[in-house]
Design a protein around this ligand. Structure first.
Ligand code: FAS
Ligand code: PHB
Length: 389
């Protein structure tokens, strides 16, 4: 079998890349390790940057998003009883869209089915070969049979635990990492959201986030020690702790209910450079991870796809490789700015084990400065809605 672009990973970045390339007449094959059902069972990101919404519209997969998505003009940051509103639209002229990553992925799968693209599920033992040749190939096993696909380019959209990043020789990679000493315990509940916009809450008891998926589906997170496990957190314990961390007015009006999903995610900042090795290009979580405090993970994967899809179309359709040669540097310039913002939001809003009273004061001063400075709020807003591609 032969194709132009072989995409490893059928998550949001792999599917979006396949959608954009096929719309431009570039043939692809997507190899996905799990079943479609398991990909769609994942509860992950909830906020889409303005640029992400624009690219989904360009890809022809935004009809349901435009109908069901919740446009948000701003969000709140709280510090115990202090509530600071960041009005994105007033400060930047842009807004974000609240629409779950699960829905984005489902919309992409539907569009890919309608286009009749090739997506092969439940593949195992993927091996990438001949990246330094004109034609590369990928071997994999599906239903017990070993297969091979020859291709011009391979794109690793296979997430943090995928195979593509490690195909680049370790001596050719430079990796940067910060592992945070806490995780996020997230729940989903069929209850009305605590607030009309998101609340990122710093408190003397730790961080909490009040988010949502729609008017009757809410998403909440609590900062918890990495040693915690989900079964230590009953719904009752979760709601009681959430109420301690959000402003009392929010706590009093909070509607609680049974959790329909509960999980703990570790937090890390990670970048692996470069994003290219011969005919292999890396995208999304395969090459970078951000703590979810800045709502950047999915959006950063999309910006990689924005740059790479244009470069691949130019290479395949016009036989010009200059944009591909510039992909890694171009994508990394935006990746590092999102890394900085996500790290800044995480350090500003979380208590760190063993921190001294000075660090706690610095967090309070940052939030107090945001409350009084439009310039500080504009800086946060510009990063949150998404810097230009
Ligand atoms: P993904 O990990 O989504 O997709 C990679 C795909 O590749 C998967 O389907 C996997 O099965 C497949 N794969 C892996 N190895 C393979 C192999 N060898 N062969 C074939 N296929 C392979 N971001 C936010 O913005 N906000 C959040 O709140 C948020 N919460 C998160 C919670 C969790 C638990 C996790 C893990 C991530 C969260 N993220 C969040 C980040 C997340 O949304 C990612 O940024 C986003 O999924 C990135 O998309 P992809 O790069 O496509 O990677
Ligand atoms: C979510 O709704 O899952 C969400 C929203 C904003 C974040 C992180 C997660 O920063």
């Amino acid at each position: 079998m032969k194709t132009e672009v072989l995409i490893i990973g059928g998550g949001p970045s792999g599917l979006l890349l396949s959608q954009l390339l096929n719309r431009a007449g570039v043939a692809t094959v997507v190899l996905e390790r799990t079943s479609r059902e398991r990909v769609l069972a994942r509860i992950r990101a909830g906020v889409l940057e303005a640029g992400t919404v624009g690219l989904l519209r360009e890809a022809g997969v935004a009809a349901r998003l435009d109908k069901e998505g919740l446009p948000h003009d701003g969000c709140y940051l709280s510090d115990d009883e202090l509530m600071v509103h960041i009005n994105f639209y007033e400060l930047t002229g842009k807004r974000v869209m609240v629409y779950g990553q699960t829905e984005v992925t489902a919309d992409l799968y539907k569009a890919q089915d309608e286009m009749g693209t090739s997506i092969i599920h439940e593949v195992e033992d993927v091996v990438i070969q001949d990246l330094d040749q004109k034609t590369s190939f990928v071997e994999y096993t599906v239903h017990g049979e070993r297969k091979r696909i020859d291709c011009s380019y391979v794109v690793g959209c296979d997430g943090f635990h995928g195979v593509s990043r490690n195909t680049i020789p370790v001596e050719a990679r430079t990796e940067f990492e910060r592992v945070y000493p806490f995780g996020w315990l997230g729940i989903l509940s069929r209850t009305p959201p605590a607030n009309e916009e998101l609340i990122y809450a710093n408190s003397s008891h730790g961080f909490a986030l009040c988010s949502m998926r729609n008017e009757n589906l809410s998403r909440y997170y609590l900062q918890v020690p990495l040693s915690d496990s989900v079964d230590q957190w009953s719904d009752e314990r979760f709601w009681a702790e959430l109420k301690r961390r959000v402003p009392s007015e929010t706590a009093e009006s909070l509607v609680t209910g049974a959790s329909i999903e509960k999980s703990i995610a570790p937090l890390r900042s990670f970048v692996s450079e470069p994003l290219r090795w011969g005919n292999l290009f890396l995208v999304g979580d395969a090459t970078h991870i951000v703590p979810p405090t800045g709502a950047k993970g999915l959006n950063l994967a999309v910006s990689d796809v924005y740059y790479l899809h244009q470069a691949l179309i130019t290479a395949v359709k016009q036989d010009q490789r200059a944009p591909l040669d510039g992909y890694s540097e171009q994508a990394l310039a935006r990746i590092w700015k999102a890394m900085r913002f996500s790290w800044q939001m995480t350090t500003m809003l979380h208590q760190f084990d063993g921190e001294d009273s000075f660090s706690a004061q610095m967090r309070k001063a940052s939030l107090s400065h945001l409350a009084r400075s439009e310039t500080a709020r504009r800086d946060l807003a510009e990063n949150y809605v998404g810097l230009p591609f």
